[in-house]
Design a protein around this ligand. Structure first.
Ligand code: SAM
Length: 287
């Protein structure tokens, strides 16, 4: 059923794909132009609160669990024994909350370039920032590219790159020399995961190039895990894992099954299924 969109709807248009996504909004709650991006928050009729960065949907109350669980748990259940985790981006703190559910993790450092995102999340998405007081959590506000340059070699077990799309401040987070610096930062057996856009729209471009660049950066194995994400372009998203001397196409299924914390999407079956890519992706990824 199509309804003429009036100004009670927010619509994000993906002009390169000739598609769009809309949510019925009831109130504008926040609007700030930070030094890096334009941040808005709206109340919606059916998806709870909605955060935009530069007009692009970042998250909603209703479906952010899909993304945050898939950005955290596959990598943490792939690593043999993750203790030191770094999140680049992730300013809404949803991924941080998932990482902190792993009791074996001893320290998580989150580096987001824009403190306004975390401040907005504290006000309008309190469920996502509920774990920020955990003594294991360290929140820094600077450019992730610069932080990685200065960080010490072989000091991290898992790196999660939870960034905006590869444009603007996040562009540098998708470049091979940044991925090589992340590789240097990881201990042997380390795992990196990066949000890698839409399997439907980007398998033959961004995702294929990212996997090639991860290998150029020195990673020995890669795996792309698709998952549903209604509010993102095409409604289908992905996380791409890279291993430093570890095969990221296998994971600790027993540990996943025995997880003693709440999960709404991720499971051993979901992880196993996501590792089995559809034929069209194998073709486009030129595996
Ligand atoms: N789920 C979102 C997506 O897939 O687009 C990403 C969520 S998170 C809000 C994205 C974060 O990346 C933002 O908070 C933004 O400030 C941060 N970011 C962008 N470029 C960055 C950089 N160079 N260093 C650190 N953080 C960066």
């Amino acid at each position: 059923m199509s309804e003429r969109l009036d100004d009670s709807w927010f619509t994000e248009i993906f002009s390169s794909e000739g598609s769009a996504f809309s949510l019925k909004v009831t109130e504008k709650l926040h609007d700030v132009q930070s030094a890096y991006q334009h941040l808005e928050v709206y109340a919606t009729e059916t998806f709870g609160n909605l955060m935009l960065l530069d007009g692009c949907v970042m998250l909603t109350d209703r479906d952010n669990f899909l993304y945050h669980e898939m950005m955290a748990h596959p990598a943490l259940f792939t690593h043999a024994d993750p203790k030191r985790v770094v999140i680049i981006g992730g300013g809404d703190c949803g991924t941080l909350r998932e990482v902190l559910k792993h009791s074996g993790v001893e320290k998580v450092t989150q580096i987001d370039i824009d403190e306004e995102v975390t401040k907005a999340s504290e006000r309008f998405f309190p469920a996502l920032t509920a774990s920020n007081g955990d003594p294991r959590a360290e929140l820094l506000f600077e450019d992730g590219v610069k932080w990685v340059d200065a960080a010490s070699e072989g000091s991290v077990d898992v790196i999660i790159i939870d960034s905006t799309d590869p444009v603007g401040p996040a562009e540098g987070l998708f470049k091979v020399d940044f991925l090589a610096k992340c590789h240097r930062l990881l201990r042997e057996g380390g795992v990196m995961v990066q949000q890698s856009e839409s399997p439907l729209y980007h398998s033959g471009s961004i995702i294929r190039e990212l996997r090639e660049d991860m290998k150029k950066a020195g990673f020995t194995s890669v795996a792309t895990l698709p998952f549903p994400q209604p509010v993102y372009p095409s409604g289908w998203w992905s996380a791409t894992l890279a291993g430093k001397g570890v095969d990221v196409n296998a994971f600790r299924e027993d540990a996943t099954g025995g997880a003693d914390f709440a999960l709404d999407y991720y499971s051993a079956g979901i992880h196993r299924g996501a590792l089995s890519l559809p034929p069209f992706m194998h073709r486009l990824l030129k595996d």
